[in-house]
Design a protein around this ligand. Structure first.
Ligand SMILES: Cc1cc2nc3c(=O)[nH]c(=O)nc-3n(C[C@H](O)[C@H](O)[C@H](O)COP(=O)(O)OP(=O)(O)OC[C@H]3O[C@@H](n4cnc5c(N)ncnc54)[C@H](O)[C@@H]3O)c2cc1C
Length: 496
């Protein structure tokens, strides 16, 4: 067959791993091209009695070489070119999007409307969550549907009181849904769940996926006569040699910045502005989670395990597309400090990461900077992104609400730390190749296929039409599995 019979997956982060697992289970031939080298996902994580007691991992890097920042000058781009991608470092929080997240986007107008609803995604959350072995609650909360949880957790008595106060104001407080519910486990990676170690390695060992390491994809090759992508071009990171890998279809999962970059580099007579870029929206609508850090001193020690998740406010109390959630900090260092304070498991302060939102705007984008070179010899990356003022307002409202809730239960709250971190600090870039019913607003259809190139799907968070305040990995994995299954069906029907 011209173009080969394999489906090429690019990247072994959580989105690529979820796609590879889904494709392998459908019995199709899968080649995974990973720019990272074999053995690069090194680390050790040990968990005892539900607490992570040891975590050795290499430090996370920011990209500087070949990077131009033209929006907020403080913008940071973290990445990890290694098997497992950023799951070598992540914190493993996996909230589902809620039905209201899709409604919120719809009420903001056509440009923000997803071509799918929560009901389209729910069966795919059900499918991928067991792969993650989650801990959390089984109770649906307003703004946060419960996942398929393996280890059921409940908040302690003091938090239940705060949750009751929140509930009377239309918000919920539940245990943070986290990955890997095994109470005692040893993982040979820097986090309890590294997508490569947990998902790709087993199918590689079983011979169900051919993983090719050190293959930095530079371009997808479009055939004007076949009207589809027929090959992927990759550069070997060690030898610098270029290789053409024929394919039947492609799953892009190199992360929201690199997936857009590869597609922009994939020019042809039919697509001079990048693959499938018929309406100039490739790379645009880049968004991120504005993140705030909050520490509140309290007059009574409060539990930090399980960590509490304070949901966003209801839609009728917020402006469209602006909200924030609070995720309590937890971990072994908190435990050590609590022992030193004489209240094991409780501290007279609570710390939170507040994840906020920004309305995606076409002016925020990932582009190419031909004036610079990336380490693989391809053009540099241009990032233009900045937070609108509404983002800080939503974070501040969530901070004030947290303090108000502590006050209502007479914990005597005093804010001892409040910061809003620079753009890119949440490491949740998304939206650069988004789903939308119209190619004028997005590159992908309701099945994450490129409108103009149906044998290419984009599986990572580049596909998000809008970013809710929820951490992105679970939703990216659900979308990746859903799109991969549809791709297999399309290929079997001969539609691609
Ligand atoms: C400290 C930290 C904490 C976090 N906490 C959370 C959390 O609690 N919950 C959550 O949802 N998210 C969290 N995140 C974010 C999360 O890790 C990322 O959103 C997620 O890993 C992105 O997945 P991805 O598959 O799109 O991309 P990545 O994880 O970046 O993976 C991309 C993969 O593609 C490969 N690649 C890149 N370019 C190429 C190329 N040209 N050719 C071939 N391969 C390529 C990379 O090597 C990598 O394997 C956190 C991140 C960090 C750093």
């Amino acid at each position: 067959m011209p173009g080969g019979d394999t489906i090429v997956v690019i990247g072994s982060g959580p989105a690529g791993a979820a796609a590879a697992v889904q494709l392998a289970s459908a019995g199709v031939k899968v080649t995974l091209l990973e720019a990272g080298l074999r053995g690069e996902a090194r680390g050790i994580t040990a968990r005892v009695a539900g607490m992570t007691v040891l975590r050795l991992h290499r430090p996370i890097k920011t990209r500087t070489e070949g990077l131009t920042i033209s929006g907020d000058p403080g913008t940071i781009l973290y990445e990890d070119i290694a098997p497992g991608g950023l799951t070598n470092h992540w914190s493993c929080a996996v909230p589902r999007f809620s039905p209201d997240d899709f409604l919120d986007a719809r009420r903001a107008g056509e440009a923000f409307t997803w071509p799918i609803d929560y009901e389209d995604l729910a069966p795919w959350y059900d499918r991928v969550e067991p792969l993650l072995q989650m801990s959390g609650t089984t109770m649906d909360a307003p703004q946060l549907p419960a996942g398929k949880v393996r280890d059921v957790r409940a908040l302690g008595a003091a938090w239940q009181q705060i949750a009751a106060a929140a509930s009377s104001e239309g918000q919920a407080i539940v245990p943070v849904p986290y990955v890997y519910g095994a109470r005692t486990t040893l993982t040979m990676s820097g986090t309890v769940f590294n997508s490569f170690v947990r998902l790709v390695k087993p199918i590689e060992r079983a011979g169900r996926v051919d993983v090719r390491y050190g293959k930095q994809v530079t371009e997808l090759q479009w055939s004007g006569s076949a009207k589809r992508v027929t090959a992927v071009l990759a550069r070997d990171r060690q030898t610098g040699a270029d290789e053409r890998i024929p394919c039947r279809a492609v799953v892009m999962a190199a992360g929201a910045v690199n997936s857009a970059k590869i597609l922009l580099q994939s020019t042809s007579a039919d697509f001079p502005e990048g693959l499938g870029n018929t309406h100039g929206v490739l790379g645009r609508y880049l968004h991120d989670h504005p993140i705030g850090k909050l520490i509140v001193d309290l007059n009574t020690p409060l539990a930090f395990t399980p960590a509490a998740y304070v949901t966003r406010k209801a839609l009728d109390k917020t402006v469209p597309l602006y909200a924030a959630s609070c995720l309590q900090w937890s971990g072994v260092h908190h435990f050590v400090r609590s022992v030193m304070h004489g209240h094991p498991g409780r501290l007279p302060a609570a710390g939170f990461s507040l994840f906020g939102t920004m309305a995606p705007a076409a002016e925020n984008f990932v582009g190419l900077d031909p004036g610079k070179r990336s380490p693989d010899g391809t053009p540099g990356v241009l990032l233009k992104i900045g937070y609108p003022p509404e983002s800080a307002a939503a974070l501040e409202a969530a901070r004030d609400q947290m303090v108000h809730l502590f006050d209502r239960v007479k914990l005597g709250p005093r804010v001892s730390l409040w910061t809003i971190d620079p753009v890119g600090s949440a490491i949740h870039f998304a939206g650069s190749c988004r789903m939308h019913a119209s190619p004028a607003f997005g590159m992908l259809d309701a099945w994450s296929r490129m409108h103009a190139v149906p044998n290419v799907i984009v599986a990572d968070s580049a596909a998000f039409t809008t970013g809710s305040e929820k951490n992105p990995v679970l939703t990216a994995m659900a979308l990746a599995a859903r799109a991969s299954q549809r791709l297999v069906e399309d290929l079997r029907r001969g539609d691609v």
